[in-house]
Ligand binder design. Structure first.
Ligand code: CKP
Ligand code: MG
Length: 311
């Protein structure tokens, strides 16, 4: 099977296990995160082939990142860099309010460059998946993503874009300016309503947002609606998929899980209805488990959330 190829940065997460302000001597749990690697790992767990391209630090954290991705069956195409791994600090300030801080400047991932993108690999991909996070990391990563899209478009490889707007990294105006040219050349776009409005201001409802996105070039737009499921416009065909009801534990990573569910079924040659169904199922796994991606299912576990009365 040809691979899903993605380009991004893996961060080390330092998550406070306790509620309240950080104190001297309080513990921090080490984890890994990153939208693109989340997608790659999730696709791999569903039996799809996934390849992650990026820069990782030349130290223990870099080793950990590569080891974990490889353990998940993801092919890694990584440049080792003397700069450190980016950090994401997650504080549980109150029981219901978490605070996130990035430490991701002058880091290995943010030094990604055009030369790090192997042409053959992208040209031979089943799909190139990119997100709005990598271009927000700086000029080098932004050019690298553009280069990957250039190669994909020239080779006829479909491009999938998750807008993934991060207000901590850049302004909406900067995001729009950089992401619109990428969106126009994408085939498939994933967005929450707010992210979609960022790309196509003026439209409000999911139907209008998807239509406006497709008028810019993509043949598919999938609007993620959280507890209301998803709305998709795919080759002019409208599809609606209700969410799977679960107890929400932690919503971070839900969007990546959703995209991965959709893309894994696309790689497997499944029809749109099935892609959307698996997408919302993966979103449900992500929100009802701890961690951004660790709780995502293997393919044989997919029906777990469908049959919760089973003993
Ligand atoms: O849109 P999502 O909640 O699915 O994305 C979560 C990821 O890469 C998370 O793993 C985090 O590290 C990040 O997005 C990010 O850079 O914000
Ligand atoms: Mg997202």
């Amino acid at each position: 099977q040809r691979s899903l190829v993605t380009v991004g940065e893996v961060l080390a997460v330092l998550a406070a296990p306790d509620v309240g302000p950080l104190t001297l001597g309080s513990g921090l749990r080490l984890g890994l995160a990153g939208a693109e690697s989340n997608v790659a790992a999730a696709v791999s767990r569903l039996g799809g082939s996934a390849t992650w391209i990026g820069r990782v630090s030349d130290d223990a954290l870099g080793d950990l990142i590569l080891r974990e991705l490889r353990a998940e069956g993801v092919t890694t195409v990584a440049v080792r860099d003397a700069a450190p791994t980016s950090l994401l600090l997650r504080e549980r300030r109150t029981a219901t309010h978490s605070r996130t801080r990035y430490y991701r400047t002058h880091t290995a991932g943010s030094r990604l460059s055009i030369e790090d993108i192997p042409e053959d690999l992208v040209a031979g991909a089943a799909v190139l998946h990119i997100t709005g996070i990598t271009p927000a990391l700086g000029e080098g990563p932004s050019l690298a993503v553009t280069r990957a899209v250039d190669i994909a478009v020239d080779a006829g490889v479909p491009v999938s874009l998750d807008i993934n707007y991060r207000s901590l990294l850049w302004s909406e105006a900067d995001a729009r300016r950089t992401l619109l040219p990428l969106l126009r050349r994408s085939d498939l776009v994933f967005a929450g309503p707010h992210e979609a409005r960022l790309a196509v201001p003026g439209a409000e409802e999911p139907e209008a947002l998807a239509k406006a996105i497709c008028e810019l070039g993509p043949t598919g737009a999938v609007i993620k609606l959280g507890v209301e499921g998803a709305y998709a416009l795919l080759d002019g065909q409208e599809l609606r998929q209700p969410a799977v009801p679960v107890t929400v534990h932690d919503t971070v990573g839900a969007g990546d899980a959703f995209a991965a569910g959709y893309l894994a079924e696309l790689l497997a040659g499944e029809p749109p209805e099935r892609r959307l169904r698996t997408a919302v199922l993966l979103g449900a796994f992500a929100v009802s488990t701890t961690g951004d991606w660790e709780g995502l299912p293997r393919r044989h576990e997919l029906d777990l959330l469908d049959h919760h009365d089973d003993i």
